[in-house]
Design a protein around this ligand. Structure first.
Ligand SMILES: NC(=O)c1ccc[n+]([C@@H]2O[C@H](COP(=O)([O-])OP(=O)(O)OC[C@H]3O[C@@H](n4cnc5c(N)ncnc54)[C@H](O)[C@@H]3O)[C@@H](O)[C@H]2O)c1
Ligand SMILES: [Zn+2]
Length: 436
């Protein structure tokens, strides 16, 4: 393997500054409540209007969204909902009799209250509203709060508001950033205190979620979005170049990587990318230009197996294979947030409309987790019950193990059951001395 282009930098941020600022804001909102949250909305987003979006405002927003766009949003919502429903069906309750009379079970219980952050600073993330709220709804969450940064004088843009309402948000807050997240975590403005906070956001939002984790659940700690294309000799250079540029527009520090076994293709793509970037409107062009200059990589490999190994090591958030034998890739690849097979689909389809979630692990987190799904809103809990006959061997072993551990109180909860259930019998309930 050989780098035809190597990243000049790795994703770094002014993490210490962000941590200090967010810690201070969270503390101020915890003590100052709604007033403190409103103050940040004024200072950071120049918003002094209603925080809770009224029923009338929801209806008024819907009237402002063009019919074709509404149809497109409903199409995306249907795909995301139906995929989430299919996933929900795989999370099942079980009950198994693993010994005669000993029944063990698992249940899937949705969290009661979820908060969905919909980013809105730079782009209008309609799709993020679909991905988070719909998934919580399908999981069976009974109270869903959503928040997004208000535009000065407007509030949450109509298309995002329409989408939040369509997907089933119970409460919507005109509030973004740390103050939005904190309002939902602390149960301000009539929101039911969240059990889990989900959704992408900028570094302030991500840091707020990271700090609040423990007090509430979170979906994942998210960094800048990243994407990899794997391309062999069968790939179309124009598709590949356009896919790399498309994902580089996310931000100045969003890495895109091309892994290929065809040097000729690599050269054509590298020659084409700068033109495509220059053709984008500003400021998207500036983001893509910076991301390509500093973070992008082009890696030349000998064969498919070596390309797969590079992908497993990078564990990209989005992984797009434009190569022959797609079934081989599907079974071989081990680390990605979401996989795109073939040139007929593309990462933007997954970002916006096709159905699998776009809230995904970044910065190599795909080594240990997948993205947002109904499973993140479900608690897999367990239960057990036993007959008296089944309790007998459990109590005997429990008593002896507890005593070995020095936990006499535990042992006696077993002793008392043996004494009651089997009064005529004598049990040896001390561990043999040579074991202790
Ligand atoms: N991985 C994914 O699935 C995915 C999907 C969509 C978006 N995203 C990410 O979401 C992010 C969106 O970022 P954004 O900034 O456009 O919108 P955002 O909604 O995340 O952030 C805007 C908020 O940031 C706060 N803020 C701005 N400057 C601040 C400061 N100096 N101190 C404290 N708070 C401040 C403001 O209150 C504002 O409401 C991007 O990083 C994008 O990559 C990720
Ligand atoms: Zn994208």
């Amino acid at each position: 393997m050989k780098y035809l282009k190597k990243a000049a930098r790795t994703a770094e941020t002014d993490q210490a500054d962000v941590h200090a600022a967010v810690t201070q804001m969270l503390a101020a909102i915890e003590t100052g409540g709604e007033e403190a949250a409103r103050r940040y909305a004024r200072e950071l987003d120049r918003w002094d209007g209603d925080i809770v979006v009224s029923h009338e405002a929801r209806k008024a927003a819907a009237a402002l969204v063009p019919e074709q766009l509404k149809a497109d949003i409903r199409f995306a919502h249907d795909n995301v909902r139906r995929f989430a429903e299919a996933q929900r069906a795989t999370a099942t309750d079980i009950a198994v009799e693993i010994l005669p009379g000993l029944t063990l079970g698992q249940k899937q219980i949705p969290v009661s209250a979820a908060g969905c952050y919909v980013p809105g600073g730079r782009y209008s993330h309609v799709a993020s509203a679909i991905m988070t709220i719909t998934t919580a709804k399908v999981a069976g969450v009974s109270h869903i709060a959503a928040c997004s940064p208000p535009r000065p004088g407007v509030g949450i843009p109509p298309a995002i508001l329409y989408t939040m309402d369509l997907c089933g948000a119970d409460v919507i807050l005109n509030m973004g950033g740390v103050q939005g997240v904190a309002a939902i975590a602390n149960g301000l403005f009539g929101v039911k205190k969240a059990d889990i906070l989900v959704g992408p956001g900028n570094q302030y939002v991500a840091e707020a979620k990271r700090i609040l984790f423990g007090q509430v659940g979170i979906d994942m700690v998210a960094g800048p979005t990243d994407s990899m294309v794997i391309a062999d000799v069968t790939a179309d250079a124009e598709f590949v170049a356009s896919d790399l540029v498309g994902q580089a527009e996310h931000g100045w520090n969003s890495p895109v990587w091309l892994v290929t076994s065809d040097e000729n293709l690599a050269k054509r793509v590298m020659a084409r990318v700068p033109d495509l970037i220059e053709g984008l409107p500003a400021p998207n062009r500036d983001s893509a230009r910076a991301a390509w200059a500093d973070f992008a990589e082009v890696i030349l490999c000998d064969d498919a197996e070596e390309m797969a190994a590079v992908a497993d090591d990078y564990a990209p958030e989005h992984l797009h294979v434009q190569a022959s034998d797609l079934d081989w890739w599907l079974q071989r690849l081990r680390a990605y947030g979401s996989l795109f097979l073939g040139e007929e689909t593309t990462v933007a389809f997954g970002d916006k409309t096709s159905g699998p979630n776009h809230v995904l692990p970044t910065s190599r987190a795909a080594r240990y987790t997948g993205g947002l799904s109904v499973h993140k809103f479900l608690k897999t809990v367990t239960w057990q019950r036993a007959t008296r006959a089944a309790a007998r061997p459990l109590a005997e072993a429990t008593a002896r193990i507890s005593r070995l551990e020095g936990m006499e109180g535990h042992a006696r909860t077993a002793d008392i059951r043996l004494a009651r259930f089997f009064p005529d019998e004598v049990f040896e309930l001390k561990p043999a001395t040579d074991e202790s």
